[in-house]
Write a protein that binds this ligand. Structure first.
Ligand code: NAD
Length: 330
């Protein structure tokens, strides 16, 4: 199979590349390296079935040509991470909405009809007042104190774009709503919590918890995420509609900090930092995120292989060896 990945040098994109190379597929990625890291994909360069193209999805001239020979496209390129979303709101619309539109237009024109997996996000659930995050529930987006509104709506717009193009052009599009993926190559630079905790615990400095840490999240190892995406892509019954992808094991951020300290055997303490200090006055914290996975389970044979403890142990091991080799990156 010919696989084309936008944002392929990023966290999830690079795992998709690795997964498909391991399965014997040809993989081409495009990435502008805005948050992605070339080192994420350097090991693949020795594989003749792999190619890296540096480019912006809005302007890259090779896009049409690459789509014309692709069997499956994963669209992962986006402005992501709380810090980047808060600091570069215009880029969110430019890349996430216009970039997706450009990609969809080219796919609609392509004679080979490649299948598309378009990454949506649990952020589309906005500030709903239920713990039962099912795909069909009514969505709530307060306008005030909701600094992530632009990102959430860009991802919801992506779903609408995908549905519209799917209907108008008969395109095959899977729309996973991704819930907090974690694992190797995730950067702590853009607001992701687990890589930050891992570094802090290993350095013996306090783990910074925003608010009182009672907000919960459900973390899915990225190596599970990519399997779920592949399975979803393989079942036409799941195309054209959003499907939650994640892990329903829920944990508070305070308990996550404690768990990392414990697994690391670290002497670090926990420091509570007001949300405003980390994210500004109008942030509006989301208190809970736990996916209902019934639809994914109905459509696929997906099973998680990674527990949170195993992921944390793996990340600690990797970070320690990076520190030992003097190559630790954020
Ligand atoms: N990581 C998660 O927990 C999570 C959760 C929900 C949704 N998602 C979605 O999954 C996708 C991948 O996220 P990720 O966590 O791997 O983030 P990431 O930042 O690691 O990956 C995004 C990649 O896109 C690239 N990129 C950004 N703008 C680009 C542009 N204009 N042209 C070309 N490349 C560009 C970046 O350099 C980066 O490599 C995103 O669409 C994101 O919205 C991720």
């Amino acid at each position: 199979m010919n696989i084309f990945i936008t944002g392929g040098a990023g966290f999830i994109g690079s795992h998709l590349a690795e997964y498909h190379l391991n399965r014997g597929d040809n993989v081409v990625i495009v990435d502008d390296l805005s948050t992605g890291n070339e080192q994420n994909v350097t090991p693949f360069l020795k594989d003749s079935r792999y190619r890296f193209e540096k480019g912006d999805i809005l302007t890259w001239e090779g896009m049409e040509q690459e789509i014309a020979v692709a069997d499956r496209i994963y669209h992962m390129a986006a402005v992501v991470g709380m810090f980047r979303v808060l600091q570069q709101p215009v880029e969110v619309t430019r890349v996430n909405v216009q970039g997706t539109e450009r990609l969809l237009e080219y796919i609609a024109r392509a004679k080979n009809h490649p299948m598309l997996v378009l990454a949506s996000s649990s952020s589309v659930y906005g500030h709903v007042h239920t713990s039962e995050l099912r795909e069909g529930i009514e969505l709530v987006f307060p306008i005030e104190n909701n600094a992530l509104l632009g990102y959430a709506l860009s991802k919801l717009t992506n779903e609408i774009q995908a549905t519209a193009y799917g209907q108008a052009h008969g395109m095959s599009i899977a729309i996973p709503r991704l819930f907090n993926a974690v694992g190797p190559r995730q950067s702590g630079n853009y607001g992701f919590v687990l890589p930050r905790f891992i570094k802090q615990a290993i350095s013996g400095i306090p783990l910074t918890v925003f608010g009182d840490g009672s907000q919960t999240r459900s973390f899915c190892d990225v190596r599970d995420t990519v399997v779920a995406l592949d399975l979803l892509a393989g079942n036409p019954a799941g195309w054209g509609q959003p499907v939650n992808v994640g892990n329903s094991h829920e944990i508070s951020i305070l308990d996550l900090a404690k768990l990392v300290i414990k697994r690391a055997g670290s002497s670090s303490s926990i420091e509570f930092v007001p949300f405003e200090k980390g994210y500004g006055k109008h942030f509006g914290q989301i208190l809970q995120r736990q996916p209902v996975l019934e639809k994914l389970q109905h459509l696929t044979s997906f099973q998680h292989a990674w527990t949170l403890e195993r992921t944390i142990d793996d990340l600690l091991k990797r970070e320690r060896s990076q520190v030992d080799s003097g190559a630790s990156v954020a």
